[in-house]
Structure formats: C-alpha cells, structure tokens
Design a protein around this ligand. Structure first.
Ligand SMILES: [Zn+2]
Length: 359
C-alpha cells in the first residue's frame, strides 16, 4: 500500500516503490523529462513545483556528457561524471522545490552497459555514504538483441542493483525512431509488427525479474521516439491492457501488476496517452517536445533585440545592451517556455496538483 505523502526530495528504494504505486492507484503518470544542463534541470523542478506535481528527471548518455562539459576529452568519463554530477545536484536541491523527484537514466543499449555499470558503482558508494542509492532506477534497452540476451542481462544487473535498493527499467519490443544515438529509424512503408511488444515476452520478463527486485517495462505499442509525420504506425494501447490481463491470468496478481513506461511520448494523441495511463503506465518519457519548447523563444528574442547581439553599446545612440545580451535573460525565456510545455504534460498525464510530497 502506498503511503499518501512523503518528504519532498529524491525518492529511491521503498519510497520509489510507493511513488510508483501511488501514481498507478491515483490513475496518473509522471513525465520523465530529459535534462542536459542545470538550466533544463532546474526548469523541470520549477515546473513540477508550480504544478504541484512530482516529476521524473532523466539523463541520456549524451545528456550526461553535455552536463559534464564537451571539453572533457575522455567521453566515457564525461558520461559517467555528468550523470553523477546531475544526480548530486538534484539530491541537493529537489527538496527545496517541495516536490518528489525520481532520478533515472535513459536508454542504454549493449554498448552502454559499461556506462550503467559505472553508475551502479557510484550508486554503491553513495549507498555506503548515505544509506540510499544515487539513482532511483536505470534503464536498459536491449530490445535490439534477442529476448534471451535481453532478459539475462537485466537479471544480472537487477540482482546487483537490488542490493542497493535500486529499480530497473527494461524495454521489450522495438520502439521506432532514434533517441540520442540509440535506436533504429523507422521505415514507414515496411511491415511494422516488430513495433509491437509480444505478450509472451512480457510474461517471461515478469516471471524472471519479479523474484529479483523492482522493475518497470517499456513496452512497444506503436510508439516512436521523436516526432514523425502521421504514418502507418498506429498507437495501440490495448497491447498494454492485454499484457496486464495476461499477467493477472497467469499469476493471479492484482489489477495492473506491471509498472509500464511510455517511450516516445512527444507528439502523441492526448486520448491515447489517457488510455495508456489507465492500463498502468506511470512514466512517460518526454524529450523532443521540451527541446523544441526550450529553443523556440530564442527566435523572437533575437528578432526583438537584434542590436544587442551585434553591439555591447549602440554605436548610434550609446544605448548599453548589457541587460539584453546577458545570457540569463534569454535563457530565462527558454526556461519559462519549457516549463509551460511541462505544465501541459502534467495536465495530460493527470499528475497536475497530485504531488505526494508533504507540505
Ligand atoms: Zn525506448
């Protein structure tokens, strides 16, 4: 049974499990927002705070590298340290925004398993230091590999992660499109049956992972990473419903036993989102739409204040432009617009006003 309220801040372990249950029982999901900088990260926390919603903050390997800085020569080191740095930043600040925040990493395919393992190692040290892990959960995407390799790797990693109270997110079935270099491009004229998760795979995952620890599943139901023109790939959320029903039938579990994740949420039809949430989706990844929202205000700002990007002081009338070219000014417009898009996401997912953080 999920507790109805908890202390604001990063949620891991039992608090994370309660957090997931509260969302499913409350019939809402949380956006998992990709962040790449202190600006996007603080903006995500601010939007959650304004909406009195909790939030999931997520870093991809490329986002983590950018967070550490493109100047670090060894990219693997940057990907690890950037993810650690962002996590410590959130651990320090989240409670001051008065919301609960889940810390997650994004897609890690076969080549990125060493990245996740390095982060687990940091999680183990953090656990020694504080009694809890650094990240709430890591995501492993071995959907491009065969199901046996996919599940045995997830078993191996979950066994290790469960010891420090961490959860894992796995991917079954191929989500079309590409996210930060991970994934496959979709061919909209091809047979797209691979874009739909097979129920027997879900069953096998549940059977093998449940005894080991807490996990969530990104199942494919026609969703694509990124925004594509409407094509022949149709969202079929009933696939999620059928997977839940199958687990209930085989294992006699209570309703919506699977913790489901919706990848490629950007650009999705609102009714399909609502339907997916009713089938036990508690997390919806959002990146493409928030990237666009962050960048869009720059055009207007530069058009309105063009001369401030050419001169520090106007050569004709001596007007000082410092206040206009100060990066904090135009960055703030980007943050405000990204926050607006996130507030829309909280409303679409039903989490608006539903924060379980105690006030
Ligand atoms: Zn995915």
């Amino acid at each position: 049974m999920a507790s109805s309220s908890m202390k604001p801040g990063v949620v891991t372990g039992e608090r994370y499990r309660d957090f997931v249950s509260a969302a499913k029982e409350g019939g809402y999901a949380l956006p998992a927002v990709n962040v790449t900088s202190t600006s996007t990260l603080n903006c995500a926390l601010e939007a959650a705070s304004k909406s009195q919603s909790d939030i999931i903050v997520q870093l991809s390997n490329g986002g983590a590298q950018f967070y550490a800085g493109k100047g670090i020569r060894e990219s693997f080191t940057a990907k690890v340290l950037g993810a650690v740095s962002a996590a410590r930043h959130i651990h320090l600040l989240a409670e001051h925004y008065g919301v609960c925040a889940v810390l997650h990493t994004d897609h890690a395919n076969r080549e990125l398993i060493p990245w996740v393992e390095a982060l687990i190692e940091h999680g183990e040290s953090f656990h020694k230091e504080t009694g809890g892990p650094l990240y709430s959960s890591h995501m492993i995407d071995l959907s491009a590999d065969d199901i046996e390799f996919n599940l045995s790797e997830c078993e191996r990693l979950l066994t290790r992660m469960a010891k420090v109270d961490m959860s894992i997110e796995i991917e079954l079935g191929v989500t079309g499109g590409e996210e930060d270099g991970v994934g496959v491009d979709i061919d909209e004229s091809a047979d797209n049956s691979k874009l739909y998760t097979q129920p027997e795979d879900v069953l096998q995952a549940y059977e093998r992972l449940s005894p080991l620890g807490h996990f969530s599943v990104a199942a494919s139901f026609g969703n694509v990473h990124g925004v594509y023109k409407p094509g022949n790939v149709k969202l079929r959320p009933e696939i999620l419903k059928n997977s839940q029903a199958l687990i209930v039938e085989k294992f006699g579990a209570t309703s919506n036993p699977l913790n489901l994740v919706f990848h490629g949420g950007s650009g999705s039809e609102k009714e399909k989102i609502t339907e997916a949430v009713s089938y036990g989706v508690f997390k919806m990844n959002i990146d493409t739409d928030t990237q666009f929202a962050y960048s869009a205000p720059i055009k207007k700002y530069v058009e309105t204040n063009g001369r401030a990007f050419e001169h520090q002081i106007d050569p004709d009338d001596g007007t000082p432009y410092k206040k206009l070219y100060d990066p904090r000014n135009w960055t703030r417009d980007c943050e405000n617009n990204m926050a607006e898009r996130l507030i829309e996401a909280f409303k679409d997912l039903g989490s608006y006003g539903k924060s379980i953080a105690s006030r």
